[in-house]
Design a protein around this ligand. Structure first.
Ligand SMILES: *Cc1c(COP(=O)(O)O)cnc(C)c1O
Length: 232
């Protein structure tokens, strides 16, 4: 067994254990393997171990990797900061975007999504950590923006995503994820059809699962510590 394959099994075991502990069905929690900075060969190893969905943060790197691995029929998620001059490549190449945080970005993705492809699956990224956190929509703007996104053609709003500030304390981790869960439930009560709560990474996936995550985004725990990260 390769290291990546062993790590993947360990992460799946963590997800299953957390699901059991917090009364969740493990089948309701999917794993997104975050392959940013890692070469296509690392993705191939994860694929050989059964993983099908991968997340990328940087447009150029992601587009190249998707092209290189096109024959494998994988599911690709864009999860990084997205500038408006890069939306076209993302709309053409990815299946999902988790990091929509402005109406302008959503409108461009909708306009640029090729008709031949299925709708782009999107999540609205929410800032649950307050002032200091660099990305995500402020919580008070979420209801209006979610409604606007849900009405755009060529996009399918699937849910919410957050990257809370990294915390070591489990109770504090849960608080941030709990906040996102409550906003998500409120949007559903208001009539939006959503099924995705994208939250939890290598160091806090248990807290995210405790608070209802349906998709965890895990890089380091699968591929190892990133050495090559050049931009933020
Ligand atoms: C890098 C990244 C991850 C994975 O983080 P790890 O700590 O390596 O598991 C998840 N989500 C986003 C948005 C990221 O940028």
């Amino acid at each position: 067994m390769t290291t990546i394959s062993a790590n993947l099994q360990a992460v799946l075991a963590r997800i299953a254990a957390a699901a059991r502990k917090y009364g969740r069905n493990p089948d309701d929690i999917s794993l997104l393997a975050v392959s940013k900075t890692w070469p296509a060969s690392a993705v191939r190893e994860a694929v050989a171990a059964g993983q099908r969905a991968f997340g990328e943060n940087y447009v150029q790197e992601g587009v190249e990797k998707v092209a290189e691995l096109a024959s494998l029929g994988l599911e690709w998620h864009f999860i990084g900061p997205l500038q408006s001059n890069k939306t076209r490549r993302v709309a053409e190449v990815f299946d999902w975007v988790h990091s929509v945080d402005r109406l302008k970005i959503a409108e461009r993705l909708a306009a640029q999504r090729p008709d031949a492809l299925p709708p782009l699956q999107v999540c609205l990224q929410v800032n649950v950590s307050g002032e200091d956190s660099k990305s995500g929509v402020p919580m008070f703007e979420v209801p209006l923006l979610a409604r606007r996104l849900a009405s755009l053609p060529r996009l399918k709003l699937r849910g919410l995503m957050a990257i809370p500030e990294p915390l070591d304390d489990f109770v504090q981790q849960r608080q941030a994820f709990g906040l996102l869960h409550r906003i998500y439930q409120q949007l559903k009560c208001d009539g939006l059809t959503l099924d995705t709560l994208s939250m939890g990474m290598s160091h806090d996936l248990e807290a995210a699962i405790a608070e209802g995550a349906t998709m965890v985004r895990v890089g380091t725990a699968i591929f190892g510590q990133r050495m090559l990260e050049t931009s933020v």
